[in-house]
Design a binder for this molecule. Structure first.
Ligand code: ATP
Length: 293
């Protein structure tokens, strides 16, 4: 497994803030690597150093074993968190403009279909919905047929349907053999898309691995959920019970025993559900804080 991109002990300091406090990892070619964490964790700063647009205070970024030189610039595609699109240009004009800037070019017609932009080609950039705009920004990131694509929080602010349709696009790009570096604060997004994730908090990586391996390493239980209306716990009920808003959550490694315990404590099991542990739970476990707090 060859690393296409390697980050060694990256540090970025701003006056009074250590945004990135010594981060190291490598990204295997053809995989999707996710940087996760809450607002202010240091994801964007890390990714901007990897993109070569922000100079590290210390540390190194290696692309195919070398610094970020001409080869990196030719082979990288970047979708920034926010990009100003030219007013008064249509989607087609915007794509043609960006496409013309690069010596190596993806086939524009294929790209238009891939990013589902064909019906929008004559539309003014200012008239695009959030999801349509993100698809255009993704197409712009792909105009030079990059080997590695950086996507910085590409689905933030999108509705769930637009988010899922963007996930499908990312999967299609990965199926073409491209490497993807994704930042997100949506744990489900990371779980669906990423082969490997690094969870960041306060400028450091606090856990790294495949989503499934990380969950398996940290949790052996499952969670039973039931509406609070269906269970009034008494002092006799001594299983770990978590308050999750409208629901009670019961952690257990022995489902039949937990069900018997709930039933004998007077709970109605009619609306009981079982869920597996998620990356949100992992973040809470690692930091003691909710991800979106
Ligand atoms: N140019 C800057 N000058 C000073 N501080 C900065 C600068 N850029 C980022 N920071 C600080 O560095 C820390 C990390 O910010 P960063 O944007 O990398 O986090 P993030 O994980 O990408 O968060 P978000 O999800 O909000 O984008 C924050 O405390 C931020 O305020």
């Amino acid at each position: 497994m060859s690393a296409i991109l390697e980050v060694r002990n990256l540090i970025k300091e701003y006056p009074g803030v250590q945004a990135v406090a010594g981060v190291s990892f490598s990204v295997v070619a053809g995989t999707c690597f996710g940087l996760l964490g809450p607002n202010g964790a240091g994801k964007t700063t890390t990714v901007e150093m990897m993109e070569g647009i922000c100079r590290p205070t210390a540390g190194q970024v290696l692309y195919r074993g070398e610094g970020q030189g001409a080869q990196f610039r030719a082979e990288a595609g970047i979708q920034f968190q926010s990009t100003a699109l030219q007013d008064f240009l249509t989607v087609r004009e915007t794509l043609v403009l960006f496409h013309s800037l690069y010596p190596k070019q993806a086939d524009l017609e294929t790209l238009i279909d891939l990013c589902q932009l064909r019906d929008l080609l004559e539309r003014d950039n200012r008239k695009l919905s959030g999801g349509q705009r993100q698809r255009l920004l993704l197409a712009i990131a792909l105009v030079n047929d990059p080997s590695i694509v950086f996507l910085d929080e590409p689905t933030t602010g999108l509705d769930p349907q637009a988010r899922r349709s963007f996930w499908k696009l990312v999967q299609d790009i990965k199926a073409q053999g491209k490497t993807i570096l994704l930042t997100t604060h949506y744990m489900e997004e990371a779980y669906v898309l990423c082969d490997e994730i690094a969870i960041m908090d306060r400028g450091r990586i606090i856990a790294q691995g495949s989503p499934a391996a990380l969950l398996a390493a940290h949790f052996e239980d499952v969670i039973l959920t039931l509406p609070k209306a269906d269970f009034q716990p008494s002092a006799q009920f001594d299983a770990p019970l978590l308050d999750a808003g409208e629901l009670w959550e019961v952690s257990t490694r022995d489902i039949p025993a937990a069900l018997r315990g709930l039933e004998s404590a007077g709970a109605s099991l009619r609306n009981l559900r079982i869920r597996e542990r998620t990356l949100e739970d992992l973040f809470l476990e690692l930091t003691g804080r909710e991800l979106r707090a």
